[in-house]
Design a protein around this ligand. Structure first.
Ligand code: SF4
Length: 527
């Protein structure tokens, strides 16, 4: 049998077969670093000053519980291993454990076999890992200590109990701007407006040149990880070849600087635009680095503000970028903390149909969906409008089970951890919580997609036709949805107009809409 990861274990000066038993009797303190907490600067200095042995766990159970994108597994594991090597270089001893079980189970064995050992860990962001660690802490009290998770900017105690119908992201965002002072002049927003969203909905001109994101060539550690992913997770979602993401903080900072100098200036204008064959456009594609700690939210906001002050990027772009990090991202986390675990099973509309098969293989004649899914299969990434207005919109319009869509987003996206993905999908995108996070269901017909993209020109369907075989399915599916879920439209001032518009259609048109929608939904290949 071949040795697993020989180069990596050589780099961290550890025998790859080393088990928990090999902890020396005089070693009394270990600090557990989870795969999404890869930044020692965030850990309390008084703990680091004692130079505890760092325990890093590679959990097969975590990798296996859903069929995570192969690039996502490669990214998580490679970033974790690079972090371990950097810690060794910084003078820490690192114990890298591999387990077929959960993180908590590996640590349970470590503590059982080494009764002199005390363990400290930071609060995990994801619910299941947190629950398992809480049980470990109880079982091994007082040997296990918990420290607060400091990878976020919002004070949970201040906001968590505000999450309820009527409390909106915009209110939260303004409070966060005030408390951090980001883009503020005294107690007023810089430039006089809190939000420049109205300016950030431009269609991309055909001639607009899009700067490429630098590719990071896989080094020996990443190549070793990729070989192991190919061997052990060959049937997982997505394509492994072509991995070019950063795997160290230094590389991620380089990509952040490249974004600030080359793409931030136009990020705002074309934030919502879509273009065939251009999955990244002017987006930062930094969320994967933020979500495992390689980059920190505060430093990215500060870099963007500095770019504004130096005249590198205009206010609408900088404010839009900061709203994503300081507003949207932090709000997702607060919502998750307030709503778990009940929100996992939320299904406001009661949709039960399996998710369409195309989400796995990208095989569809709908050009906008084909493009979005191809990007996810290839890169584990698509930007927020594809997530919201194409993939989630279509799932809702075809009455697909929100739990299945939620799980798909969780395993298919390279930046997806449950704390951020679940609120985005169940709360915002498909209105499964019945309006606690979003003020209205985010659904649309083909017109919106046509306005924001160049997909419709390459599509087998005609965006101008409303019903029938050649008509854009988004058109009749949208009106069918408005009618079927009319309660949520009729009662909501912002969208009640749509229910009224449907009612004003002729009976013949209504029948055509229903017939087209029914035929499409019935014939859709599902998982
Ligand atoms: Fe999508 Fe409809 Fe446009 Fe085709 S015509 S790309 S299905 S919006």
């Amino acid at each position: 049998m071949r040795e697993i990861s020989p180069y990596f274990f050589q780099q961290i000066r550890q025998d790859s077969s080393k088990s928990a038993r090999k902890i020396e009797p005089q070693e009394k303190e270990v600090l557990f670093i989870l795969h999404d907490q890869l930044n020692l600067a965030i850990f309390p200095q008084q703990i680091l000053a004692r130079k505890p042995k760092l325990v890093i766990v590679e959990s097969s159970a975590y990798a296996n519980f859903i069929p995570h994108h192969q690039k996502k597994l490669a990214y998580i594991l490679s970033a974790q291993r690079h972090f371990a090597i950097e810690c060794v270089a910084a003078g820490y001893q690192v114990l890298n454990l591999f387990t077929m079980d959960s993180y908590a189970q590996a640590l349970r064995e470590l503590l059982t076999e080494n009764p002199q050992l005390n363990l400290t860990y930071m609060q995990p962001s994801e619910w299941d890992t947190r629950q398992a660690m809480t049980q470990l802490k109880l079982d091994f009290a007082p040997r296990v200590s918990l420290i607060a998770n400091t990878f976020f900017l919002a004070d949970l105690a201040k906001f968590q109990n505000k999450i309820a119908k009527g409390y909106r992201l915009e209110t939260f965002y303004r409070q966060m701007r005030k408390s951090t002072g980001f883009l503020m002049q005294g107690d007023q927003p810089m430039g006089g407006k809190w939000n420049y969203d109205q300016e950030n909905r431009k269609k991309l001109p055909k001639a607009e040149k899009i700067p490429a994101i630098a590719s990071i060539l896989p080094d020996q550690i990443t190549l070793e990880v990729m070989a192991e992913i190919a061997e052990f997770f060959p049937r997982n979602f997505g394509v492994l070849a072509g991995f070019s993401y950063a795997v160290t903080r230094e590389q991620a900072l380089g990509l952040a600087q490249q974004f600030i100098s080359e793409r931030l200036a136009k990020f705002g204008d074309y934030e919502d635009a879509l273009k065939e064959g251009e999955p990244f456009l002017f987006h930062s594609v930094l969320s994967l680095y933020l979500n495992n700690g390689l980059l920190l939210p505060g430093e990215l906001c500060e870099m963007a503000i500095a770019a504004f002050k130096e005249g590198i990027a205009p206010l609408n772009s900088v404010e839009g970028f900061i709203r994503q990090i300081l507003g949207w991202r932090e709000y997702m986390r607060v919502y998750y903390e307030a709503m778990m675990p009940g929100v996992r099973s939320s299904n406001h509309f009661g949709f039960k149909l399996n998710l369409p098969q195309m989400y796995w293989n990208g095989e569809t004649k709908l050009a906008c969906l084909q493009s979005a899914i191809a990007s996810v299969i290839q890169h584990g990434y698509s930007h927020h409008i594809q997530r919201l207005m194409i993939l989630s919109n279509f799932s809702n319009l075809t009455f697909s089970d929100p739990a299945q869509l939620n799980q798909w987003f969780w395993f298919a996206y390279i930046d997806a951890y449950e704390w951020v993905e679940l609120p985005n999908v169940l709360g915002m995108a498909v209105y499964a919580d019945g309006g606690i996070l979003a003020s209205k269901p985010y659904v649309s017909g083909g017109n919106y997609i046509n306005k924001m993209s160049d997909h419709c020109g390459n599509c087998a369907y005609d965006v101008k036709q409303k019903t029938g075989e050649k008509a854009c399915p988004f058109n009749y599916l949208y009106w069918n949805f408005v009618d079927t879920c009319r309660q949520d439209f009729a009662e909501n001032g912002r969208v009640s107009l749509m229910a009224n518009m449907y009612d004003q259609k002729s009976e013949a048109e209504k029948q055509e809409i229903k017939a087209s929608a029914q035929a499409f939904i019935q014939n859709l290949a599902r998982r």
